[in-house]
Design a protein around this ligand. Structure first.
Ligand code: SF4
Length: 136
C-alpha cells in the first residue's frame, strides 16, 4: 500500500526535506504507467519510523495520507482503495460491515425498532403525565 503524491505534495514535501522535486522523485518515487500517479518505490513507506510507528513527515504528509481512510469521500471513486484497505484498516472494515448490514436490511430493521421503542416510551410518558390528579 502506497500513498500517491500530488504535485502540491511533491512541492511541499521536497521543500520540507530541502530537496528538489526531481531529486525527491528520483530517490523515493516511481510514476505508475496506467494512472500517471507518483507512488512510493519502497514499502513500507520510507517515512515510517518503524521503531515508533510514527510518520517522519507527519506535518507535511501527502494529502492521501491526511485523508485516510477516505470514508468522507464519494464511495464510487474510492471503492478500489477501500478494497485494498479493508484488510488492514479497522475503520474501513467497520464501514464495509455496516454496508453489508444495510444490504441485508439489519440496520433498517434496527432503526425501525428504535423508532417504535421511542414512540412507545413517549406514549407512556404522556399517559403518566395525564393520569395524575387534576387540580383546578
Ligand atoms: S503517513 Fe507518513 S509514513 Fe504513513 S504512508 Fe503517509 S507519508 Fe508514509
Amino acid at each position: 500500500m502506497t500513498p500517491t503524491f500530488t504535485p502540491t505534495d511533491l512541492k511541499r514535501i521536497s521543500a520540507h526535506l530541502g530537496m528538489t522535486e526531481e531529486d525527491f522523485k528520483k530517490k523515493w518515487l516511481y510514476k505508475e504507467r496506467s494512472s500517471g500517479d507518483w507512488m512510493n518505490k519502497k514499502q513500507p513507506c520510507q517515512f515510517l519510523d518503524t521503531k515508533t510507528n510514527m510518520c517522519d513527515i507527519y506535518e507535511v504528509r501527502p494529502a492521501d495520507c491526511a485523508g485516510f481512510p477516505h470514508l468522507q469521500k464519494k464511495l464510487k471513486d474510492f471503492v478500489h482503495i477501500h478494497k485494498q484497505n479493508v484488510e488492514y484498516c479497522p475503520a474501513t472494515h467497520k464501514m464495509v460491515e455496516k454496508m453489508k448490514q444495510w444490504e441485508t436490511g439489519e440496520l433498517i430493521i434496527t432503526a425501525v425498532e428504535k423508532d417504535k421503542a421511542l414512540a412507545r416510551s413517549k406514549r407512556k410518558e404522556d399517559m403518566s403525565m395525564n393520569s395524575g390528579p387534576v387540580t383546578y
